[in-house]
Ligand binder design. Structure first.
Ligand code: SF4
Length: 948
């Protein structure tokens, strides 16, 4: 027997830590002995978490799907009854079906994926197929976090950027799950705290990171926008904003036309005699110069803009600096106003604003790094205002979340912390232009038979002309993305797909392919109804969603509904890339991407979904996958990754490291046939460190812009001013008001667009709260994923199940006492949409107006290879049954700007239950062919699995 140590990248959550897998080889068989963190990996530096170390038990899970499966003739969807088939048969079923769809109406095929890390490939596949109906999970996860930030500062948190805790003095975390950005952030926080930094967590629940914060500020869910407006208001009224930063690096000094009679009301005033430069990102806006007291071109050398005032241009047009409008907007949003809404005392809000402001102002950092800005000014140092923030789904997953996130981005900007030491820093390929230049087609003519889609399936609209709608303003996409209902739905709306396809609104699908998303359980709102829709037939006896393909590594609740199941590999059995074209693992100081390489062979007949896509793309003769003669171009996925270029000869591929014929080039270069080998030898990670002068102030850094254009990280080189005032939003508002020269929304949506496309942030209660009798349903109910499990991925993991095998609803003792809920007792939780019976736990770590639980621990009996009487099925529960995907009036429970699912907006009441047992109940799923019978217990010792 020999033991080998193989490097690859973890995928037990989305953080992508480097791992070393110890593998025993004996008699031609491989077994994993253990997994450790890779100390040479720049992201986790050897640290591994409970999930990462438990990857072994994912390998040996009884729920592993090992053969392609076809629904048994006559079996109902959802019953989980299958017969095994060969891959040949599976491919020929798919090829025949998809070929017909592609030749007739490509939009009848939809591909939606869960928390995968290969969206550059899945997106390419959909585009080459010619369907607009593609997205990953972002729309039901945190699109508000991406869109609200990117439309304001050109970057966001998580893979896009983050807090520089190396130099920050004050760290404020809002609405973040127990261990978001797990190991890297834990490492950073631990050092930050040891170095004496102060950590404040604003969250309805005090667990995970919040539990180790120096100060916990409990807040009512969905009200963070009010808190942030009040903080902005205090920062401005106390004069604690960074004036120089606001004047030079945001559009705060640019003049806005404030003349309701003008057709350009609310747009930025421009000098029409000046060359705007790139028409996509014009540069001829005006300042009111405080030295000469007259309008001048923005960023005229020697000029300094007024931030306050009310002026007239030569032709009499009334104009005001954008900052003046922002100040007016936030003025009434006092801490007292916010206290009523948020439950956070006004004195606390005032104190926090003051602390943020004086830390940013009085503890400045100067790094001796010279750089030149986009206007040619040379700077001897880089300045930092050391207040850092991190925020995530708790802010985003509300139907008012877009403006909440914009308020946060504006607060960070007023404090002067954008891409500066100790503040927020971008990760390549960010910052992007505002908005980024990627666009979808703009009408149904972009979808043509046997033709790739005329644009990307997901893009970044900059005006109504960029929407993906027909001549009547109706949506082209099945999820209604990029329509007037959700104009900036930059990540799509996966949560709308099943409901819309079932309704035939806006049309019916033929084939829906789902990759690693548990849409029949924890990834759908209104789970019971969605399961019914998946199994519902029309008057002709056919399923309303005619053909359902599910690709997953495990037997989940969703696979039970499939007509065709494709068994995926685990992350330890395949090649994979975390690409610069997608969501790489870049760090602040430069681009970084990573790969996975197989450390053990695939189990049974499992095939990576990547290989499925390459095979189908080749069979269907997509232009990107075949040569001019129609012959297959790529042997397999690894071959595709090495040889594919974004355009012939571009030198840009999925991987940025070891390019060029001999691997000596980085970022750009010809394909290198030994690229995988070189990644494998280098800890499966490529890191490019930029020179110090390119590492900060990248929105406005000339050297960085030029370098990033050469490296093709950026298309354009114009400076990216922070949009305190959003002209993009104002264009949509003008359209809704009938004042935009181009497209206009259908009449029934005009008011909604006018309200929500406010160029300045505002607060309104989430749509669901507005539609709820809050006297009857007074409590907010929220979920978060547990630290030890990544959503539903680990419910089959025997080691991690020892930490959680069922969940409770956590209730503040005061609230529990008022409702008669016993600690550990059974209780009913009821919303206006439905009710569940579960067990309650008293907890001081939740604010009294909120109840919460972990997501996805409760399971359907028999799913995930668990015994039918497993605790997950008998004591665990799912809060989703209480959440609706629709609101009264039949609109989706989504943010009207981005389509973000309003997961955290439901309101409930709680009462004691007389009977024990989880409700609703579900039938037991049979074990699918190729999976193993669930053992009563499962252990793994010295490379061997033991069960009983
Ligand atoms: S944080 Fe844990 S589970 Fe996530 S990638 Fe890192 S080691 Fe794996």
């Amino acid at each position: 027997m020999s033991t080998e140590v193989k490097n690859t990248t973890c995928y037990m959550c989305a953080c992508r830590c480097g791992i070393r897998v110890h593998v025993d080889e004996k008699d031609g068989r491989s077994s994993i002995r253990y997994i450790e963190g890779n100390p040479e990996h720049p992201l986790n530096k050897g640290v591994i978490c409970a999930k990462g170390a438990s990857g072994i038990m994912k390998q040996v899970s009884p729920a592993r799907l090992t053969r392609p499966l076809k629904r048994r003739e006559g079996a109902e969807r959802g019953a989980g009854e299958f017969e095994p088939i060969s891959w040949d048969e599976a491919f020929s079923i798919l090829e025949n079906r998809l070929k017909k769809i592609r030749a007739t109406d490509p939009k009848k095929f939809a591909l939606f994926t869960g928390r995968d890390q290969m969206q550059a490939l899945t997106g390419l596949f959909a585009r080459q197929f010619g369907t607009p109906n593609y997205a990953a999970h972002g729309g039901f996860c945190s699109v508000n976090m991406a869109a609200g930030m990117i439309y304001t500062i050109g970057g966001s948190f998580w893979e896009f950027g983050g807090p520089d805790l190396e130099r920050a003095k004050l760290f404020v975390m809002l609405g973040t799950a127990e261990d978001h950005h797990s190991n890297p952030l834990k490492i950073a926080i631990s050092k930050f705290k040891r170095d004496g930094g102060r950590f404040v967590s604003i969250n309805p629940v005090r667990t995970g990171y919040s539990a180790i914060a120096d100060e916990w500020v409990p807040i009512r869910p969905g009200t963070d926008g009010a808190l942030l407006l009040a903080l902005n208001s205090e920062i401005i009224t106390q004069g604690l904003y960074d004036r120089e930063f606001v004047a030079r690096y945001t559009n705060g000094g640019q003049l806005v036309i404030t003349d309701p009679a003008s057709p350009r009301h609310g747009l930025l005033a421009i000098d029409e005699d000046s060359d705007p430069g790139n028409p996509l990102y014009p540069q001829n806006q005006l300042w009111w110069d405080r030295h000469s007291n007259r309008p001048v071109l923005s960023h005229t050398p020697g000029a300094d803009p007024k931030l306050f005032g009310d002026y007239r241009l030569a032709d009499g047009t009334r104009v005001q600096p954008a900052f003046q409008l922002l100040a007016e907007r936030v003025r009434a949003h006092t801490p007292e106003w916010a206290e009523e809404i948020t439950g956070v005392p006004a004195a606390t809000i005032r104190r926090l604003a003051h602390e943020m402001g004086i830390t940013a102002r009085d503890e400045k950092i100067e790094l001796p790094i010279a750089w030149t800005d986009c206007w040619g000014n040379e700077h001897k140092t880089v300045t930092g205002n050391p207040v850092a923030f991190h925020a995530m789904r708790g802010l985003a997953a509300h139907s008012n979340g877009f403006h909440t996130v914009r308020s946060l981005a504006i607060l960070m900007s007023l404090l002067g912390t954008i891409d500066r030491p100790g503040g927020f820093r971008h990760k390549a390929p960010f910052p992007r232009a505002i908005p980024p230049s990627a666009k979808t087609p703009t009408g149904p003519e972009g979808v043509q038979p046997n033709t790739p889609l005329a644009g990307l399936a997901l893009g970044w609209p900059g005006s109504p002309e960029d929407l993906f709608v027909d001549a009547d303003g109706q949506p082209v996409r099945i999820d209604k993305g990029f329509s007037w209902e959700y104009p900036l739905s930059v990540h799509g709306l996966m949560h709308n797909v099943i409901t819309n396809a079932w309704r035939g609104d806006p049309y019916r699908l033929d084939t829906l392919m789902i990759f690693m998303a548990n849409m029949a359980w924890n990834s759908s709102m209104n789970t019971v109804e969605v399961r019914r829709m998946l199994n519902d037939r029309g008057p002709d006896g056919e399923y309303k969603i005619p053909f359902l393909v599910v690709c997953d590594a495990f037997q989940s609740e969703m696979t039970a509904f499939a007509d065709l199941v494709l068994p995926d590999t685990t992350y330890l059995e395949r090649h994979d890339v975390m690409s610069m074209l997608d969501r790489p693992i870049s760090e602040f100081d430069g681009p970084m991407d990573a790969v996975r390489v197989p450390v053990v062979p695939p189990m049974g007949e499992c095939k990576p979904f990547q290989e499925v896509l390459i095979e189908l793309g080749s069979r269907l003769k997509f232009p990107a996958f075949v040569d001019a003669q129609g012959a297959r171009k790529y042997r397999d996925y690894p071959d595709f990754i090495v040889r594919h270029e974004t355009e012939p000869g571009s030198g840009i591929g999925f991987l940025a490291g070891w390019r060029g014929a001999d691997g000596s080039k980085s970022l750009r270069g010809e394909p290198n046939p030994r690229q995988w080998e070189m990644y494998a030898k280098n800890n499966c990670v490529f890191r490019h460190e930029m020179p110090p002068s390119y590492r900060y102030m990248r929105n406005w850094n000339r050297g960085y812009m030029e370098w990033a254009q050469r490296a093709r990280l950026r298309r354009w080189g114009e400076p990216i001013l922070v949009h305190l005032y959003s002209e993009v939003l104002q264009k949509f508002r003008l359209a809704a008001q009938g004042k935009w020269p181009g497209r206009r929304p259908p009449e029934h949506l005009a008011k909604r667009v006018e309200t929500h496309f406010d160029p300045l942030p505002f607060y309104s209660a989430p749509l669901e709260v507005q539609a709820t009798d809050t006297e009857k349903y007074p409590l907010a109910a929220i979920t978060q994923r547990p630290m030890a499990m990544y959503h539903s991925w680990d419910s089959q993991n025997a080691w991690l199940r020892q930490i959680h095998a069922h969940n409770y609803l956590f209730v503040n003792p005061r609230t529990a006492a008022a409702s008669g809920i016993a600690d550990g007792g059974w209780m009913w939780v009821e919303s206006q949409w439905g009710r569940v019976r579960c067990m309650g736990r008293h907890s001081e770590a939740v604010e009294p107006g909120t109840v919460w639980t972990w997501n996805a621990i409760g399971k359907q009996p028999g799913a995930w290879g668990l015994a039918p009487d497993a605790n997950e099925a008998r004591k665990g529960f799912l809060l989703n049954h209480l959440i609706s995907d629709r609101l009264p009036g039949e609109t989706s429970n989504s943010d009207p700007v981005t389509g973000q699912a309003g997961w955290y907006d439901v309101r409930v009441r709680i009462t004691p239950a007389e009977e024990a047992g989880v409700w609703p109940e579900f039938a037991t799923l049979p074990a699918a062919p190729g999976t193993r019978k669930a053992p009563r217990w499962l252990a793994y010792v010295a490379g061997k699995e033991i069960g009983g």
